[in-house]
Design a protein around this ligand. Structure first.
Ligand code: NAD
Length: 361
């Protein structure tokens, strides 16, 4: 599938429009941004909330959950008053809570748009988990709602704020690998039955939307380019009921304007290492794990230079305060997030194009 000038034209127009958005008034730069956690699942309870304890500029000030008793336990742990616990039904009342500056949306994928848009209407900034939404139209509606409300919208692309991935980008930009020729990447796991991730309506797709997106986003941030052509293949091998609504395996290739070819694999049927390998005219760089919460490792063999081997000692949840504090910085200093809604829309458009190429859209 060739990606047309027109589809890229609309991306550029969207980005330009966001730069024209009126500036929000500067706020007290010394204070911490209060986050309302929307959804008490794995990512919020095990990673994001503990990370706020390590953050410079972020704290938990409210919780939204369908389970009041669970919410009360977590609220007590984070010093959140009972009046700042909300359900999905009375969520819009966050508008009246001055302790909430931003929401962190950690719900199943198809719910990101609704809860982001309701937050913007309530006058709150938004940090939404990836994938941004389950359709390009929903993703665009999130951008439009936040722009209309003059609120920041950031997509939680954790790896773009992480040191090993930033080092990988720097090595490429510094020309250490020479001219980049190709990239390989994979990310996948063997999913258990019963997960919302297997429900087409809630997930919007299978492993591509959930974990393949890491490879897609990495190919874009490593090259600093947008693909101009792509092809995808998907399959279901295990007819055990898990893959009635979403794909099991998906492989895709992309060609970038410079000529870099990327080949990526994702799966819900097998544990694929989360890695990327970048081949250049002067050497090869391998990052594995590249997308995990800890234990990241970058190795490189560059001709004429000693081998590089850089294990990252950082422990989970150290990656998360960076994204929370990045949005906090953007709110307090009135800057545009590095991974704003437009970045999420680019991945959404590409994932939809990959599904179309696989005959799944
Ligand atoms: P999870 O299943 O552990 O949590 C989902 C939460 O949503 C739960 O609190 C659940 O009660 C709530 N919920 C509300 N309505 C629901 C419904 N109709 N069905 C199911 N749950 C419902 O999921 P998770 O792993 O925490 O993932 C949440 C989001 O975070 C997803 O969008 C996922 O892609 C993203 N995520 C991001 C990362 C990352 O590293 N950035 C890692 C894992 C998950």
């Amino acid at each position: 599938m060739i990606l047309t000038r027109r589809s890229f034209g609309s991306l550029i127009a969207t980005a330009a429009a966001s730069r024209l958005a009126p500036a929000a008034p500067l706020q007290d730069p010394g204070r911490k941004i209060g986050y309302c956690i929307v959804g008490l699942g794995r990512i919020s309870m095990q990673h994001f909330m503990p990370a706020t304890r390590m953050s410079r500029r972020s704290k938990v000030t409210a919780i939204v959950s369908g389970h009041r008793d669970k919410a009360e336990k977590w609220a007590a742990d984070y010093g959140v008053p009972a009046r700042s616990i909300y359900s999905y039904e009375n969520y819009d009342a966050i508008a009246d809570n001055k302790e909430i500056d931003a929401v962190y949306i950690a719900l199943p994928n198809s719910m990101h748009a609704e809860y982001s848009i309701r937050a913007a209407k309530a006058g709150k900034h938004v940090l939404s988990e990836k994938p941004m939404a389950t359709s390009v139209a929903d993703a665009q509606a999130m951008v439009d709602a936040c722009r209309k409300a003059n609120k920041k919208l950031m997509i939680a692309y954790r790896c773009q704020y992480e040191g090993t991935n930033q080092r990988a980008i720097q090595l490429i930009r510094d020309g250490k690998l020479g001219k980049i020729e190709s990239i390989e990447s994979s990310n996948g796991f063997n999913i258990k039955a019963g997960e919302w991730r297997l429900n087409g309506k809630l997930a919007g797709g299978g492993p591509l939307m959930d974990v393949g997106i890491y490879s897609l986003n990495a190919c874009r941030f490593l090259t600093g380019e947008e693909p101009v052509e792509l092809k995808g293949y998907s399959s279901v091998i295990d007819h055990d009921g898990r893959f009635n609504e979403v794909e099991e395996n998906l492989a895709w290739t992309m060609r970038f304007p410079s000529g870099v070819i990327a080949s990526c694999n994702t799966s819900y049927g097998a544990s694929l290492p989360g890695f990327y390998r970048v081949h250049g005219t002067k050497g090869m760089m391998h990052v594995e794990p590249a997308f995990g919460y800890q234990g990241l490792r970058l190795t490189a063999n560059i001709s004429g230079e000693p081998p590089i081997d850089e294990p990252n000692p950082e422990k989970d949840p150290a990656q998360f305060p960076r994204e929370a504090d990045h949005l906090a910085d953007c709110i307090l200093e009135n800057k545009e997030p590095k991974t704003a809604g437009e970045e999420g829309i680019k991945d959404m458009k590409l994932m939809m194009a990959i599904y179309k190429s696989c005959g799944r859209a």
